[in-house]
Ligand binder design. Structure first.
Ligand code: 13P
Ligand code: SF4
Length: 299
């Protein structure tokens, strides 16, 4: 009897498909993927792949971004209802209205947003290139949507004033300074790494702030053997796999439930039956492409 994983590998060859997975997906998904990474790395892979089909194991905005960058390819989301809650916190209409009320304002949109919102933005960013993107706008009137914590972080790193939106990620915003200090007391030798979606008071306690992929790099190159990792627990898989002998401490309730919806069975269903295909209207596809490409050009 052929296993789910074997069938996935067979179908991948038959369909000339590639499987991309975010660092927060289940370990079994990461293990069957061709590439595992952060939002920026995944977008880059999606834009340069020669595969005909991209199976995107991540939340919906990630699959949409892949489609925006590779409109001629088939992009499949194994769990098309796995949304990022923060992406719904700033709609395209809200951006449009804001721009009408504030002519001349440049809207920087975190990639964690819907394609429809992206269409109204001037430039996108991810957690890994937000500083570069903001630096490129020095002297301009800038609004960053939807993540408030990311905006505060980018502003304090660059010294550039940024107007903020009230969006947040409940997984990261839910991490408190008291919880972090507790971990720091328990593991005083650990290097503290935090995602910029965390609260400012949490970031102030961290030795390293950056995207999920930057944490993987930091863990690899650091001469420390113990780490406190302030992001989603799916990161534990690669960190442990790629750093045998090093220890990683997480807050166990830092779980992105929608990322965890993606299973080997749903990947197989997508590949076998073409379920979860990303389809975007021409106007959204074309409108959203400009801010995403502008970001890629800056990276
Ligand atoms: P990264 O781009 O750093 O992987 O972050 C994506 C995300 O959704 C964080 O919550
Ligand atoms: Fe969205 Fe937060 Fe999940 Fe990241 S961890 S995908 S920001 S809900």
């Amino acid at each position: 009897m052929v296993s789910v994983t074997e069938r996935i590998q067979q179908l991948k060859k038959e369909r000339n498909a590639i499987i991309l997975a975010h660092n927060y997906t289940l370990s079994e998904i990461q293990d069957l993927a061709d590439f595992v990474g952060d939002s920026l790395g995944l977008s880059m892979e999606a834009s340069k792949t020669s595969a005909d089909v991209i199976v995107f194991c991540g939340v919906t905005f990630m699959g949409e971004t892949a489609k925006i960058l590779s409109p001629d390819k088939t992009v499949l989301l194994p769990e098309p209802d796995a949304h990022c809650a923060m992406a719904a916190m700033c709609t395209g209409k809200q951006i449009k209205d804001y721009k009408t009320a504030h002519p001349g304002c440049t809207v920087v949109g975190y990639v964690n947003s819907t394609a429809e919102s992206k269409k109204e933005m001037d430039v996108c960013c991810t957690s890994s290139n937000v500083i570069k993107v903001i630096e490129s706008l020095r002297g301009k009137d800038v609004l960053l949507v939807p993540d408030r914590n990311l905006g505060v972080y980018a502003s304090s790193e660059t010294g550039i004033p940024i107007k903020l939106w009230n969006g947040f990620c409940s997984v990261h915003h839910g991490i408190t300074a008291a919880q972090v200090m507790d971990l720091m007391q328990k593991y005083p030798d650990a290097l503290v790494m935090a995602h910029p979606e965390c609260r400012t008071e949490v970031l102030e306690l961290a030795d390293h702030v950056g995207s999920t992929e930057s944490m993987i790099r930091t863990a690899r190159t650091s001469d420390k053997w113990e780490f406190i990792v302030l992001t989603e627990i799916g990161m534990r898989h690669r960190l442990k796999k790629e750093n045998p002998g090093k220890t990683f401490h997480f807050l166990e309730n830092a779980v992105c439930t929608t990322m965890k919806m993606i299973s080997p069975e749903s990947v197989l269903d997508s590949l076998e039956n073409g379920t979860g295909e990303v389809t975007l209207g021409r106007d959204v596809l074309e409108g959203a492409r400009a801010p995403v490409v502008r970001m890629m050009d800056l990276t």
